[in-house]
Design a protein around this ligand. Structure first.
Ligand code: PLP
Length: 400
């Protein structure tokens, strides 16, 4: 008899995006004359930047030659990309990362999900609520106890240190879904906590490139002591239009230690390297050449334009909604605007109202966790014209 992993039965079915899609489809079917604008998805809409496209074309041609052909690459990523990551994302910020601390992958989603492999089932895991669901579901799949850390307007979206001791902590900043950020001082508190409790922080910095304000760290390693306690996840998805191409990386410092049941220290880097070499055969050469091009002069200019475009949309959303009395969070260092829905509505009721009266699609906050009830997420991943159009329609309903 084949036995299943029964932890999977504890997962809640995720109906969020399929429910949204069904509701939108039905509305469009019944109202074919209406133009529905989608500000709900977390996927980018601008194409891969030209510098990357060009680099990939070159790499394709290279692969078609006898001299340039490459078979399996290093599981941890080609040296050229790891070097570009170290030089640009770390050295320029005064952070020393070594080559064998970088692991190139096919996405931060996979990395955040796969990392649980190297940790025991008895770890207590702290996860913010609302949250990007991958951290939660992958830990439920492996049977771990979850401690929820509510982030709401009451605590200014700054998670409070847990009252009970936890072993693994997930922090994602700039945050999905709330769009909020933490200052260095706030992150330092978590680093101190992790040191004191021998815990590990999983720091998801997938939206790092959207940070514009000072004193907001671009990497957790900007803060002293972080290399002793933190793994950092980064992604090229939202930076350069890589959501469909797939490329990301993880930093696992060699100083970082986990423990056996007997309390013996073990290198997390070694475990992750072992896991990577066993279960992964690397990201394609072509895609890695594409990712490398993000760090060229042209690439940097193009991603800046890309991100500025989305940030301008976020500004339009935030400003427009605030003008008609909404309280909005995020949207400054993030493509996400998290708004408080009017008191008389639940997140889903507000979804229906926006769809029916403004023909705008967003994401109900309650879909990201219990503490997301009463909130709503709008994203900057649409054209400027559509973003303006959507906000004008919402403003019409709420104009006093
Ligand atoms: N981390 C967060 C917080 C995200 O919101 C997303 C995607 O939406 C990811 C990771 C996934 O990134 P990738 O496309 O690299 O898998």
């Amino acid at each position: 008899m084949s036995q299943i992993n029964e932890n999977f039965l504890k997962l809640q079915d995720s109906y969020l995006f399929s429910t949204i899609a069904k509701k939108v489809e039905k509305y469009i079917e019944e109202n074919p004359d209406k133009k529905v604008i989608k500000l709900g998805i977390g996927d980018v809409t601008r194409p891969i930047i030209p510098a990357c496209v060009e680099a990939m074309h070159k790499a394709v041609d290279e692969m078609g030659t006898k001299e340039g052909f490459k078979g399996y690459g290093p599981e941890q990523g080609y040296e050229f990309l790891r070097k570009a990551i170290i030089e640009n994302d770390y050295k320029l910020r005064g952070i020393d990362i070594e080559k064998d601390e970088v692991f190139v992958s096919d996405g931060a989603k996979c990395d955040c999900g796969n990392i649980v492999d190297i940790f025991g089932p008895d770890n207590k895991v702290a996860i913010t609520d609302p949250v990007y669901p991958v951290y939660l579901d992958t830990n439920i799949m492996s049977g771990r106890k979850i401690i929820y850390l509510p982030v709401t307007k009451e605590n200014n979206f700054i998670p409070e240190l847990p009252k009970e001791k936890v072993d693994i902590i997930y922090l994602c900043f700039p945050n999905n879904p709330t769009g909020t950020v933490l200052t260095k001082e706030e992150i330092k508190k978590w680093i101190d906590y992790a040191k004191k409790n021998k815990s590990i922080i999983m720091y998801d910095a997938a939206y790092e490139s959207f940070i514009r304000e000072k004193n907001i760290p671009h990497s957790i390693y900007e803060i002293e002591g972080a290399k002793d306690v933190a793994i950092e996840f980064k992604s090229f998805s939202k930076v350069a239009g890589f959501t469909g191409l797939r490329c990301a990386y993880v930093i696992v410092p060699k100083k970082l230690k986990g423990y056996t049941k007997e309390g013996k220290q073990i290198s997390i880097n070694k475990l992750w390297n072992r896991r990577t070499s066993t279960k992964f055969n690397g990201v394609s050469y072509i895609v890695q050449r594409g990712a490398e091009a993000i760090y060229t002069k042209e690439g940097k200019k193009q991603i800046k334009e890309n991100i500025e475009y989305y940030l301008e949309n976020a500004k339009i959303i935030k400003k427009g909604l605030e003008e008609v009395g909404f309280t909005c969070y995020g949207g400054v260092n993030s493509p996400y605007v998290w708004l408080k829905v009017p008191n008389e509505f639940t997140s889903w009721e507000f979804f229906d109202k926006l769809l029916e009266e403004a023909n705008v699609v967003g994401t109900p906050g309650s879909g990201f966790g219990k503490s997301g009830e009463g909130y709503f997420r709008l994203t900057a991943f649409n054209t400027k014209e559509n973003t303006i159009g959507a906000i004008e329609k919402i403003k019409k309903i709420y104009k006093k």
